[in-house]
Design a binder for this molecule. Structure first.
Ligand code: GLU
Length: 446
């Protein structure tokens, strides 16, 4: 009976959200791993928790018109999916990338509900963005886009309502433009309405580093549990954005060596170890392509249009984007002797790739647990904004580390309690879900 509950709800989700393959994928992983929960808690079935949690509270879609540097009118589509606010205001990033559509925003928003719950902080789940492509755009074009986007978005957000932040394509520059337009329209300089802000107008120290650092703290915890560590390990990190850069820095600090990183055009291999500050300079300051890395490091090699997963490694940290590791690539990792995979991006492994890791005994740190450090420090930024106070870098970093350790422990314990020892996919889904489900029961049918 309980089997049919999960299957029925999933089937309804597929029927009702056809063509939303990413949302279906994210939901499938979560729903099926929750089966043991419904066996133990029939009250969740009675309360229709699954039927309700998979349907966003609301989905806002809007036109974003702007004028490019040549005076040409452009129109993009804006999204904000407010998925679930049972444990706190909607919280989640904004993604600017040409691939953005409703399915992508819904998968990210759905993941965010459980991820945010895992942080132990009072934040609900939401996500937004646009199919605007920031690549090759001037600062003024990005500003005009952000101002137009916020002109609509500001009607739907607020420090106790919904608090957006960055994601792919949205960093300090974009958050600055978005904040400027928010305060201009609302006549309010409410710092807590966005996170990832600049340090001189309410941002938190260590927010920039948080996702990358948090990922490495989490994977380190998982390794330590087996008597292993990053020391002298060969690591491949995909991507070269905010998550990748600070993951590389932290791995170096822990004595590991990152030999390759990538962007959507190809990857660089540096047997001396990737220099994170060089990557930062290329990607964040110059906004250029990763292939420029070899200009500064003559020993490094650039491979155009090749998958970074062909590089043999002990530890793989996918930090680029969804579905960047498929079954075949997972098999290559296994063949090359990889012992651990930690997800810095959201849903970087396909469901088939995850099966490959689990069947081959690879230690696997799933995204919603392993990359929760970013949003956790966003919640700490909200706390500091409410207090009108700010903590030191060390204080925030210490809190981040203990949050990541707790997520690891809670996920591990939940897996054990429900008979799925060592399976952090099941463990993190259950641990994140329980808190939200109990809050939803407490609130009645709403
Ligand atoms: N975009 C990040 C994530 O995927 C951070 C969201 C936030 O800080 O609100 O969790």
């Amino acid at each position: 009976m309980t089997m049919s509950y999960v299957e029925r709800v999933y089937q309804e989700l597929v029927d009702r959200n056809q063509n939303e393959s990413e949302f279906q994928q994210a939901a499938k992983e979560v729903l099926f791993s929750l089966k043991p929960v419904f066996e133990k808690h029939p009250e969740f079935i009675k309360a229709g928790i699954l039927e309700r949690i998979i349907e966003p509270d609301r989905m806002i879609m809007f036109r974003v018109p702007w004028v490019d540097d040549n005076g040409v009118v452009k129109v993009n589509r804006g999204y904000r999916v407010q998925f679930n606010n049972s444990i706190g205001p909607y919280k989640g990033g904004l993604r600017l990338h040409p691939s953005v559509n409703l399915s992508i925003i819904k998968f990210l928003g759905f993941e965010q509900i459980l991820k945010n719950s895992l942080t132990g902080l009072p934040i609900g789940g939401g996500k937004g963005g646009s199919d605007f492509d920031p690549k090759g755009k001037s600062d003024s074009e990005v500003m005009r886009f952000c101002q137009s986007f916020m002109t609509e978005l500001c009607k739907h957000i607020g420090d106790d309502i919904d608090v957006p932040a960055g994601d792919i394509g949205v960093g300090a520059r974009e958050i600055g433009f978005l904040f400027g337009q928010y305060k201009r329209i609302k006549t309010m300089s409410t710092a807590g309405v966005l996170t990832g802000k600049g340090l001189n107008y309410g941002g938190s120290l260590a927010r920039t580093e948080a996702t990358g650092y948090g990922l490495v703290y989490f994977v380190d915890e998982m390794l330590k549990d087996r008597g292993l560590s990053f020391k002298d390990r060969k690591v491949v990190v995909s991507g070269s954005g905010n998550v990748a850069i600070y993951a590389i820095q932290k791995i170096n600090e822990l004595g590991g060596k990152v030999v390759a990183c990538s962007d959507s055009s190809g990857y660089v291999y540096d047997e001396d170890g990737i220099d994170y500050s060089m990557v930062q300079e290329i990607k964040e300051v110059k906004r250029a392509r990763i292939k420029e890395y070899i200009d500064a490091k003559p020993n490094a090699v650039y491979h155009e249009s090749k998958s970074v997963w062909e590089v043999p490694c002990d530890i793989a940290l996918p930090c680029a984007t969804q579905n960047e590791i498929n079954k075949e690539q997972a098999e290559i990792l296994v063949k090359n002797g990889c012992i651990a995979v930690g997800e810095g991006a959201n849903m970087p492994s396909t469901l088939e790739a995850i099966d490959v890791y689990l069947e081959n005994g690879i230690l696997f740190a799933p995204a919603k647990a392993a990359n929760a450090g970013g949003v956790a420090v966003s919640a700490l930024e909200m706390s500091q904004n409410s207090m009108r106070y700010s903590w030191s870098f060390e204080e925030v970093d210490m809190k981040l580390k203990s949050i990541m350790q707790n997520i690891y422990l809670n996920s591990k314990n939940a897996a054990q309690e429900y008979g799925f020892e060592n399976n952090l996919v099941v463990g993190s889904n259950i641990a994140g879900f329980m808190k939200v489900a109990e809050a939803m029961i407490a609130h009645g049918v709403v």
